[in-house]
Design a protein around this ligand. Structure first.
Ligand code: CU
Length: 329
């Protein structure tokens, strides 16, 4: 503990936190260019103000010719304005494309870790079922996706060494991704004031080599995977009775639902993302699927946040046709 505290103090004195992810250097490059541009502007303007006020102060006998010709003056002003505009639009384009790169889910088969924030801790679950609290183990050299939600109020997951900050919002799934580069231990904070013990809602990220991570996961992954647990809950809560049942109630098939556009009885279309699946379980009347009766019961208050996340993980793990092959027809 003492070591870690000292470590923090030391790092606090550094110009910036360690760069431990593939995007850290890119974010820092933008940051330092912005600092340099702002510094250059401020120094130029303040420098000129000071220089002119000293040189042409009342009482100085510097010659004061009639100023520069109008035409030249206009050119300087236009040139300056145009140059700055282009420079700032270029900065905007750079920052905008970096933002999209950082915030867009890269897609594909990422190592997806579920993150549930609550007052005042981070609960994490790995794809193989390993669970941990306030410590996040990840491998280097592999893209990791965090699927983040909150069980109570808004929190914000902040890992300075990865230059990553993402809100954890109740009733919503936000995702973030990163690729760690340097094995080591890094800070993990909550960056949104979330109540009395907010300042103690912190932990660490342990970055390991892929081999060490595989060993760690093997050792700790004895529980069932989130998708497996979700499948079990899907039966336990009676979802399968309607959705995979023999047809007393007509309910939509859910294999391959994730990411698919769903036509609603109200006429609109929504994409079945995590938040939609979650709402379907808690507020089934909110989006009724076209062609079906609104007979699904609400599970509000009966099902915990981590269970919902497991069911959603299960539904998202299904591909179209999975249910046919499984049940043999
Ligand atoms: Cu918090």
């Amino acid at each position: 503990m003492a070591d870690q505290y000292l470590d923090t103090v030391e790092k606090g004195l550094a110009l910036h936190p360690a760069q431990a992810s593939t995007s850290a250097a890119q974010v820092d490059a933008l940051f330092w260019v912005l600092v340099a541009v702002c510094a250059a502007l401020v120094l130029t303007l303040v420098g000129l103000v000071i220089w002119f006020s000293v040189r042409y102060r009342a009482g100085s006998d510097r010659p004061r010719p009639g100023g520069i010709p109008d035409k030249l003056g206009h050119r300087i002003e236009l040139g300056g304005a145009a140059g700055l505009t282009i420079a700032f639009i270029a900065l905007f384009a750079w920052a905008g494309s970096l933002y999209l790169y950082l915030y867009r889910d890269p897609g594909g088969d990422l190592l997806t870790i579920n993150v549930i924030a609550k007052q005042w801790m981070w609960k994490l679950q790995h794809p193989n079922g390993a669970r941990e609290i306030n410590t996040l183990h990840v491998p280097t050299g592999q893209r990791v996706r965090l699927r983040i939600t909150s069980q109570d109020v808004i929190h914000s997951l902040y890992i300075p060494a990865f230059r990553l900050k993402r809100d954890a919002v109740p009733r919503l799934y936000t995702t973030a991704w990163f690729e760690a580069t340097e094995p080591g231990e890094y800070h993990l904070f909550c960056a949104e004031y979330c109540g009395t013990d907010h300042s103690r809602m912190r932990g660490k990220v342990v970055v390991m080599t892929p081999q060490d991570y595989a060993d760690w996961a093997q050792e700790n992954g004895e529980g069932e995977s989130p998708a497996r647990a979700g499948e079990r809950l899907f039966t336990a809560y009676g979802c399968s009775g309607c959705h995979r049942g023999d047809g007393t109630v007509r309910a939509p098939r859910l294999d391959g639902i994730a990411g698919r556009p769903v036509v609603l009885a109200s006429g609109g279309t929504v994409i079945a993302d995590g938040a939609y699946l979650r709402d379907s379980i808690l507020l089934p009347q909110k989006h009724v699927v076209a062609g079906y009766e609104p007979v699904m019961p609400s599970y509000q208050g009966q099902i915990g946040e981590d269970e919902i996340l497991q069911i959603v993980t299960y539904l998202q793990s299904l591909s179209p046709g999975d249910w046919i092959t499984e049940s043999g027809g």
